[in-house]
Design a protein. Structure first.
Length: 635
């Protein structure tokens, strides 16, 4: 009888801790998301049910293993339960930062080289020391899991808790039925977008039922990108030879969000914006660095970046190739790692032959990014002082990195914004408003430093008033406005709206309503050689001319694969969609419509009575350029 009672005894401290961990992680993520259509309570209940079901299954399986198998198998079982808890923890972090599951991330990893795998870890925003702890912990899982179980078993023995096996089985069988009934009863008021948003916060990331997203049929699949021969043929007729070649300065700053640049955070950039040519709404073409860099320098749709990279072109990006054809020298000063996903070759040619000077100022602990950013400007001014001929005919590219996580700024003086965040603050399950503000303050300090550096550039660079100066961020940055941290996770406005400011001497053009990274090099070329036709290899348009295509195409980060989630923005509204064939976007016969929103993220779907007519009216012209001829909704 004693043995029977022992077999029914439950280590409630251990299993209760597992349940608490699952509930805290899932509910914390759910509360960080916007409460779409009042769906939050539905998914809170669902997350509690899934957590309870998982723990009940563990208890039942543990009881059976203890009763019928040798003790070594029970030890292995405890290791599995502990490993499962760690998987949930990693899954939570990945969902918070890049909005993918651990299984999707593993799928990505198998597609990657080791170098790109390291870049993926870096792109997730977690410091390498944290990844090191996670991977190192795999070695100690057996010892740690067993030690925690035995410790909680010993503590719990002072106040034991027993339960019959029949009650555990009842929970195992009844909980799925309860979840199904809850799912069935509530499915009529949970819209597809809310389901997609909150599903990733559940312990198992699944529900019994799911609403279907509308499908937009494509009468023609996505065309393949231009080959290198086609690009060369496009550039060949361009023959502009300007007599004056003012210097061009292009700043590409990491993770720079437009609406953070106020007079307090960025006084120099605020003043520069007021005097510059800038759109009322400027968008990055992607929410990830490498895709954004591609669209800037290739002036091409972002969903082509991976396919073009695989072509291994000898030619530099078309915008830079045209400037060199006009007699410009290309000089690069970078604190960012341009080898990121082989982007240096994609931008500057397979042998980096498309650049005349390439200087890197990389940083790793204890050196910080702000120091490297400062070194780029020091090196440029030193080169300018030693070589007066650099005052004309130069295209100078600056890549700055201090505004990327972990945000970096000089620490000698008190920070401009305080309090700032500790490393742990970024990874709390449910960050308070105070913690979010501390994270923002860290970011603001990094932005404030980048602004001061740009102010030094404007004040210390000779003949700057006659130069073309372009300033932009590669993408934006989110601070839990829509449930995520940093970028890469969604195509919302805080992750995609960036500064895009042009100083063009003699310009008197009114600010346009909409612009994107794809428009940078067409605008520069138009400023240097007015009236010269922009080659067809550059898909963007000059802001100095009336826009013929008033849309912006965006793409979400998808590691080294072609982006499968895209958006089309007309300045007021946007449609977010996913290729139905995520593995091969060029063979996808349709798009799944994920969301219809205003530019400021207000949901539109419930306000639209005739979806196909509305999409055709708002985005038909834009879709037809990308997917010609006209697309239509599937029944």
């Amino acid at each position: 009888m004693a043995q029977q009672n022992r077999s029914l005894w439950i280590n409630y401290l251990y299993y209760g801790s597992l349940f608490s961990l699952l509930l805290i992680l899932s509910s914390g993520t759910i509360y960080c998301h916007e409460d779409l259509a009042g769906s939050r309570p539905f998914f809170l209940f669902y997350s509690a049910g899934e957590a309870m079901l998982e723990v009940s299954l563990f208890i039942a399986a543990g009881w059976l293993i203890q009763r019928y198998l040798p003790s070594i198998f029970f030890g292995l079982f405890i290791i599995v339960t502990f490993a499962t808890a760690l998987i949930h923890l990693i899954d939570f972090l990945l969902n918070r930062i890049v909005n993918v599951s651990i299984w999707e991330m593993i799928d990505y990893v198998f597609d990657e080289t080791f170098e790109n795998f390291l870049h993926m870890l870096d792109a997730a925003g977690l410091p390498f020391w944290m990844w090191g702890i996670m991977f190192s912990s795999l070695i100690f899982i057996p010892l740690l899991g067993l030690a925690i179980f035995r410790l909680t078993e010993w503590i719990g023995s002072f106040r034991p808790f027993g339960c019959s096996f029949e009650k555990v089985l009842q929970a195992v069988f009844c909980l799925p039925i309860a979840l199904f009934l809850w799912d069935f009863s509530a499915s009529h008021f949970v819209p597809e977008e809310a389901h997609r948003t909150f599903k990733g916060s559940l312990p198992w990331r699944i529900t019994f039922l799911r609403p279907n997203a509308p499908e937009l049929a494509l009468n023609q699949t996505l065309p393949l990108p231009m080959s290198e021969v086609e690009v060369l043929n496009s550039l060949e007729p361009f023959s502009a030879a300007p007599t004056k070649k003012p210097n061009i300065y292009l700043f590409v700053v990491e993770s720079l969000r437009e609406n953070i640049l106020d007079t307090n955070t960025a006084p120099h950039l605020s003043a520069f914006r007021e005097k510059s040519l800038h759109a009322k709404r400027s968008l990055s073409n992607a929410n990830g660095t490498m895709v954004a860099w591609y669209s800037i320098f290739h002036s091409d749709f972002p969903f082509y970046w991976s396919s073009v990279k695989e072509q291994k072109r000898e030619l530099a990006a078309p915008g830079l190739a045209l400037l060199r054809k006009m007699g410009y020298k290309i000089r690069v000063y970078s604190s960012a790692n341009l080898a990121y996903y082989g982007m240096d070759r994609l931008l500057f040619g397979n042998q980096l032959s498309g650049v005349d000077s390439l200087q890197f100022f990389l940083h790793s602990a204890p050196k910080e990014a702000w120091e490297s950013d400062g070194e780029t400007l020091q090196a440029f001014h030193r080169d300018l002082a030693e070589n007066p001929e650099l005052g004309e005919g130069q295209c100078v590219l600056f890549f700055w990195d201090a505004t990327h996580f972990p945000y970096s700024w000089p620490k000698e003086a008190p920070p401009h914004f305080s309090p700032t965040a500790s490393d742990f603050t970024y990874f709390k399950a449910y960050p308070s408003l105070k913690n979010i503000e501390a994270i923002k303050n860290s970011y603001r300090n990094a932005v404030h430093f980048a602004d001061s550096l740009f102010g030094r550039f404007l004040s210390e660079t000779p003949n700057i008033e006659n130069a073309i100066v372009v300033f932009t961020g590669d993408h934006g940055q989110e601070f839990f406005e829509y449930g995520h941290l940093f970028h890469l996770s969604e195509l919302n406005h805080v992750q995609t709206e960036v500064p895009l400011y042009f100083q063009i001497p003699g310009n008197s053009i009114d600010n346009p309503p909409l612009a994107s990274h794809m428009d940078i090099f067409p605008t520069i070329l138009d400023a240097i050689a007015p009236g010269s036709p922009i080659p067809s290899a550059l898909k963007g348009e000059s802001l100095l001319s009336p826009k013929k295509w008033p849309f912006v195409a965006l793409a979400r980060y998808n590691a080294s694969r072609p982006p499968c989630e895209i958006a089309l923005h007309n300045g007021k509204n946007k449609i977010i969609a996913r290729f139905s064939n995520k593995r091969d976007i060029y063979q996808s016969p349709s798009l799944s419509i994920l969301s219809l929103r205003t530019a400021n993220e207000k949901l539109l779907k419930d306000e639209i009575s005739d979806l196909e007519t509305w999409i055709d009216s708002e985005f038909g012209e834009g879709l037809n350029k990308i997917f010609s001829p006209k697309s239509h909704l599937l029944p």
